[in-house]
Design a protein around this ligand. Structure first.
Ligand SMILES: [Zn+2]
Length: 312
């Protein structure tokens, strides 16, 4: 949990820094076009410093306040003259409520809580570290033909999918033997989609089903609602489907999640070492027909990449 909180704070910090960097960049570009804007911006920041100094002098303070109103009106007019909105120089925060600080009215902001929640279903610490599982770190040179061509296609598909992600993106089933990079690709997608500010739940199937079972028996704290989270998050990634112990509860929970997300039009990624026939035998033919009807099927090929990495 502490880990989820610090990770969530990191993400919010990087959103804020990125928004502020972009705003600085925009200001510099606009000031290069308009020297008058540069001059007005300078007067506004000067006045701010003097206002602090003149805090004990009401006369000086009210003069500065008056000048500040005029300067800001002038700046707005310049921006409008350039065809820009008056807030063009302000950072565009992902969360306007807390300006990407994670704190609002002295409490954790909803944006921070949402990020913590998405990590709560399954802490990522048990799998490959998120930071090392990027598209840049995915090594296609571990594969030889014909697997190389297939994995290059899958890599390109996943990268474009992540870059274009929104809540209406299609779903994906990544299948094939163990150790072909399915988890790495999924985590690379998580990195990109999280950075866009979406709510992502990444969980192993085993972990999710055991949480759901506890929930159904009322054995979770009231604020932990994994079924709601799994059904409503922007992106659900269910890793290693088939590794869990299958029982009727699991079959019906999986069907419920897959079906609810399809009906809601929300994207899901499922990774599995199972074939279609094995999924059909293990779960329910209805699940397979849902997957075939709504998921993009990507079959990974190759030999176990993890072994090759160890041999290096
Ligand atoms: Zn916020």
């Amino acid at each position: 949990m502490a880990d989820a909180l610090s990770r969530a704070k990191q993400i919010i910090d990087s959103r804020r820094l990125a928004a502020e960097d972009a705003a600085t960049q925009r200001r510099l570009e606009l000031e290069a076009i308009s020297p008058e804007l540069k001059e007005v911006n300078y007067r506004i920041s000067r006045a701010g410093i003097e206002a602090v100094r003149s805090a004990g002098n009401p006369d000086a303070f009210s003069k500065l306040a008056q000048a500040s109103v005029e300067n800001k009106a002038r700046r707005d007019a310049i921006l409008q003259g350039l065809g820009l909105p008056v807030d063009a120089l302000e950072p565009h925060y992902t969360c306007p409520r807390c300006s990407d600080t994670g704190v609002c009215d002295g409490h954790y902001c909803t944006c921070l809580k949402a990020l913590v929640e998405q990590f709560r279903v399954d802490s990522l610490s048990s799998v490959t570290p998120l930071k090392q599982s990027t598209f840049e770190d995915f090594k296609l040179n571990y594969y030889t033909e014909p697997a190389l061509s297939r994995m290059t296609q899958i890599y390109n598909y996943c990268k474009a999918w992540a870059d274009d992600f929104d809540r209406s993106s299609g779903s994906i089933l990544l299948y094939g033997q163990t150790g072909l990079g399915k988890t790495h690709l999924s985590l690379a997608i998580v990195n990109v989609v999280l950075a866009k500010g979406y709510n992502v739940v990444y969980t192993s199937a085993g972990n999710l089903f055991s949480k759901l079972e506890k929930e159904s028996f009322g054995r979770l704290p009231a604020d932990e609602t994994p079924m709601d989270t799994a059904i409503s998050c922007d992106l659900l990634i269910l890793d290693d489907l088939g590794s869990e112990f299958t029982k009727p509860f699991v079959v019906s929970a999986l069907y419920n999640i897959v079906n609810s997300r399809i009906l809601a039009g929300l994207p899901t990624i499922i990774n599995t070492n199972l074939s279609y026939a094995e999924i059909e035998a293990k779960y329910d033919p209805r699940i397979v027909s849902r997957l075939l009807g709504s998921y993009r099927m990507l079959e990974c090929l190759g030999s176990d990449v993890r072994q090759l990495k160890k041999d290096e």
